[in-house]
Design a protein around this ligand. Structure first.
Ligand code: PLP
Length: 387
């Protein structure tokens, strides 16, 4: 049976070129980069190249830092807890402003910090699902605000926030600005020269690199309290032996993903729109968020009268993999939280299915998926009207 993977917001296939690039670092160039002998030092040129690729990928300056870490969850935790230790626990600025639609890696960390004394404001979205500058302005008190943390693009809907305006407004109010850019990298341009973020998190497995490696961008001059203490790796800002193979892989994955942005915007968008048009041609299907406001690869669709999980199960038996919510937190039904934030009807919320494409998705796969969806929707609706 044909297998179609349309859950690329959960994770992506490792690009074969990326896999090939990391292979030598397991059994040949396996040294610890901190060792002084040849086994250690021979890893340095490839590590430097990987860093160069990451800096170029997001437009970081020479004096900025990019910490290599374990995942975006770690990056988000590092930023939020650092600001807590450095500012919130020591000054009158106790406020973190974030949004109701963040990933649990931000939301649950904020809830933890609230228990420790931070004041957290969870911004709503407008009726298009976007965090607008007006929404932020209402809470951005310069006397109280230590940090604003707003995701670049949402993992459920693909909706893109106006990051430049949000970051500029935050900087003008004298607060720090962080963005979880996990769902933006490789889908739309992300450039820290254009958008004045202080911190930015990303994760390799969302752009065809391996799982278990991520990056945290820190603008030059911005303080960071390490989350992990230990050795002097990453200038003492993130202790722990660096995963050289995965770092090399992430660097190449970033370079390829950024080079492929034009393809993403043209071809992935075309295939996404083809699928979306076919869904909209079916009765009682709604798509959440205007397509021009979303990343080119994402559709969150609601099929009236069909329970999302039952639908997914049927698609799965036909070889089509989609998702009801973010796979890393599906037990939270985070899609429901996103729907709630967008004031989407509760009935619709239970019928949401996310299809997320990648540059590896083919036209043939989309045609097959359209056929499977048509058949499944008709069958499930017939069953529900019979019983
Ligand atoms: N932030 C967003 C927006 C995500 O979509 C995800 C994963 O789904 C994460 C953070 C967590 O990423 P990681 O798996 O690297 O911890």
């Amino acid at each position: 049976m044909k297998q179609v993977y349309l859950d690329n917001n959960a994770t992506t296939i490792v690009d074969p070129l990326v896999k090939q690039a990391m292979d030598p670092f397991f059994c040949q160039m396996f040294g610890n980069p901190n060792s002084l002998h040849r086994f250690g030092t021979e890893t340095h040129p490839e590590m430097a190249l990987a860093l160069d690729r990451l800096y170029a990928g997001i437009g970081a300056g020479d004096d900025d830092d990019i910490l290599i870490n374990g995942c975006a969850t770690e990056g988000n935790n590092t930023v939020l807890k650092s600001v807590f230790w450095d500012i919130i626990s020591r000054t009158e600025k106790k406020r973190i402003i974030t949004t109701q639609i963040e990933h649990p890696a931000v939301l649950h960390t904020c809830q933890f910090l609230e228990e420790k004394g931070a004041e957290v404001v969870y911004l709503p979205v407008n009726d298009e699902g976007i965090v607008t500058p007006e929404i932020l302005r209402a809470e951005l008190d310069p006397e109280k605000t230590a940090l604003v943390s707003i995701m670049w693009a949402n993992n459920e809907t693909g909706l893109i926030n106006p990051l430049k305006e949000l970051a500029e407004m935050t900087k003008a109010a004298g607060a720090l600005f962080h963005s979880d850019a996990v769902q933006a990298i490789g889908k739309i341009p992300v450039n820290v020269q254009d958008v004045p973020v202080d911190f930015l998190t990303f994760s390799a497995h969302k752009f065809h690199g391996p799982k278990g490696i991520g990056g945290l961008y820190i603008r030059s001059g911005v303080e960071l309290v390490p989350l992990l203490h230990g050795g002097e790796q990453m200038g003492g800002l993130r202790a722990g032996t660096i995963n050289v193979a995965f770092m090399v892989a992430m660097g190449l994955a970033m370079e390829i993903a950024v080079d492929a942005l034009e393809y993403e915007d043209r071809e992935v968008r075309r295939l996404r729109d083809k699928l979306e048009d076919a869904l909209l041609a079916l009765p009682d299907v709604d798509i959440i968020g205007k397509r021009e406001l979303r990343t080119p690869n994402t559709i969150l669709a609601s099929f009236k009268g069909i329970e999302g999980e039952a639908f997914l199960w049927d698609l799965n038996t036909k070889g089509v993999a989609a998702s009801t919510g973010s796979a890393c937190s599906s037990e939270d039904l985070q899609a429901d939280a996103t729907f709630q934030a967008m004031n989407v009807d509760a009935d619709l919320a239970h019928t949401g299915v996310r299809f997320s494409l990648s540059r590896f998705t083919t036209e043939d796969e989309i045609d097959y998926t359209i056929g499977v969806i048509k058949e499944t929707v008709t069958r499930l609706r017939t069953i529900s009207s019979t019983y």
